[in-house]
Design a protein around this ligand. Sequence first.
Ligand SMILES: Nc1ncnc2c1ncn2[C@@H]1O[C@H](COP(=O)(O)OP(=O)(O)OP(=O)(O)O)[C@@H](O)[C@H]1O
Ligand SMILES: [Mg+2]
Length: 584
Amino acid sequence: MNVSLERKYHKGVSEFMKQLQSLLHHIDGKGYKAYKSIQGKYEFSKYQLSIDYVQGDPFASPSKIRIIVPNHIRSIKQQWKESKQRKVYTEDCIARAVGEAINKESNQSRGSGKSGLIYIDQPGQEILERTAVQLNQNSTIICLSLGLPANGRRINGREAKKLFLTILPSIINNSILAIKDEKIEASVQLADQHKVIREKMKENGWIAFVADGAVLPRASGISNKPLKKAVTFQSPEENRVEIEVPHRVEPLTGMALRKGINLIVGGGYHGKSTLLEALERGVYHHMKGDGREYVLTDPDAVKIRAEDGRQVNSVNISMFINDLPQGQDTKQFTTENASGSTSQATNVVEAMEIGASTLLIDEDTSATNFMIRDRRMKALVHTKKEPITPFIDRIQQLRDDLSVSTIMVMGGSGDYFDVADEVIMMDQYLPYNVTKQAHDIAKDYPIERQKESEVLSTQSNQRAFLSKSLQVKKGKKKKIQAKGRQNILVGNGTIVLDHVEQLVDPSQTRAIAEIIRHAEEQDMMTQELTLSHFLYLIEKMIEKEGLQAFAPYKNQHPGDLARPRRFELAAAFNRMRGVKVVNK
Ligand SMILES: Nc1ncnc2c1ncn2[C@@H]1O[C@H](COP(=O)(O)OP(=O)(O)OP(=O)(O)O)[C@@H](O)[C@H]1O
Ligand SMILES: [Mg+2]
C-alpha cells in the first residue's frame, strides 16, 4: 500500500471503530434485541470484523463473528497451502494458537448467560479438516463465537466495547499475528510426513503402522492426552519396517501389519485394547506431542462392536444370521432393538456396504456368540437351532472374497489361531510376534469348523434411504440439531451415536447434522440413489466446496464444523428411526 492510500485506509478504519463504539454506546441499557443493529462489517487496523449472526438473548447459543486478517498483515506462504493436506494442517495450527490465546485471556462471564464468553472450535488431539480457520486467496478467516454481554436481559454496552475493542484485538495480536513461521512450518512438515507414510502403507499393503517410540495409552479414561510414564512402543523384529519420511534425518521404524487377519492376544491388562484403540484413532492424524503422531491405520478401517438396543433399517445380515425365531427376515433385517449378535452383524455388513477395507474388533465390546462357538456348545445347541454363523466361520471369506482385513483383540479364545495370518502378543505393554507358536498350537489342538461354500458379495446389502421419509418436524418447525458428540436430534427423535467410537469430535457430529439437513432440504436421497453413492456425492461436495457448503448460517459464517468420514455419516443414517429404506 502506498503512503496516502494507507493513511486513507487508517482514517477509514478509525471511522469504522468509532461507528461500532457509538453503536454500542447507543444501545447500552436497551433490551437485548437491540444488539441486532451491530450486525455488519467493521474495519480494524489489522483485520476486518464481521458480525454475522447476533444471538436472540444472553442465554441462547452465542453470536457468530469472523475476523478476517489480510495477507499483507499476516503473510501466509503459498507453500503452506499448496496441497489440501498442508492447508488443513496450517489452518489447524492457527486454530490452536487462537484457542490458546483465548484461554490466556480471562475468559470469564461478564454478566448474565453467556455474556463475554469467547470460543473458537478448538481442535483436540486429531488434526481434522474444520471450518474454524480458513485460508483464502488473500486472507485468513478466523471464525469465533461470542456471548454478547448483558445484565439480565439488558445490553451491557461497556462490556461489549471492552470485548470488541480490547479483548478481541489482544487475542488476535497474541495468536495469528504472533505465531512464528517455524511453528506453521513444523505443522506443514508433519502433513508431508503423514502423506508419505500413507503412500508407503498403500504401496506395501500395510493396514497399520505403529512407530517405535509411540505412546499409545491415554492419560485417563476421559482424557485423550498421552499417559505420562508410559511404556513406549517397540515393534517385534518380525514386523519391523523402515520408512523414509521427509524432514527427518533418520528413517521412521515401527511395526507394520499387513492386509489379512491379524490377531492381538495377551494376558489381561497387558495393553491389548490400548493398542487397538490407538489403531481405531489412526484413521485420523494426530498432532505433534500426542504420542500417536506416527500411528496410522487404513483410512477405511472401521471399529466393529456389539451395540444392543440399536435401530436397524432393513439390513441383509444373512451371511451371519439366519432362521430367527418367529420367522423374522434376516435379508431385510429391521428392528428397533437389536440384540448383541444381530447388532454386531449389522455393524459389519453396514461398514462393508460403504467400502470398509479393515474391521477392528475387540473382544471386550463383542458379543461372544457372534465371535465364536465351541464344540461343547455345538453339541448342546444343535446347529439347526442356532441362527448364528459366527464371525470365525466368515473371516477368511471376508479376506479372500471381499479383500476385507481384520485386526482383532482376542485374549480369551484360541479358536482364531487357525485362521490368523499374524498373531501379536502383548506382554507387559510390549508386542511380540507369536504367529508360529500359535499355528503350531492350532495344529496340536485342532478344532472342527464349518467351511462356508457360497461366495460372499458386498452387493448383497445395498440400500437407498428416502429423504422424503425423514421425520424432521417437531411441531410445525423442522429440527435437526447436534447435541454434543453423541446425539443428533431429528424431529421428535434422537439419533444415538454413543457407540460409534470413531466419531471423535462434536464438530463432526454438527457436520453430520448439517449434512442430514441439506439432504432433506434438497431431497437428495431417492430410490435410485444408494446410500453408498449418496455418501460419495457428499464427499465430492466437501472436496469441491469445503465443509462450508453445509454451513448452517445463511451468510458467510460457516459454523463450527469438522469433517466426518463417510462411515460415521452412514452410522447416523443407519441409526435413524422411522426412515424408509429400499433394498436394492
Ligand atoms: N504402554 C503402556 N504403558 C503404560 N500403561 C499402559 C500401556 N498400555 C496400556 N497401559 C495401561 O494398562 C491398562 C490396561 O490396558 P488395556 O485395557 O489395553 O489392557 P487389556 O490387555 O485390553 O486388558 P483386558 O484383557 O482386561 O481387556 C490401562 O489402564 C492402560 O492405560
Ligand atoms: Mg481389553
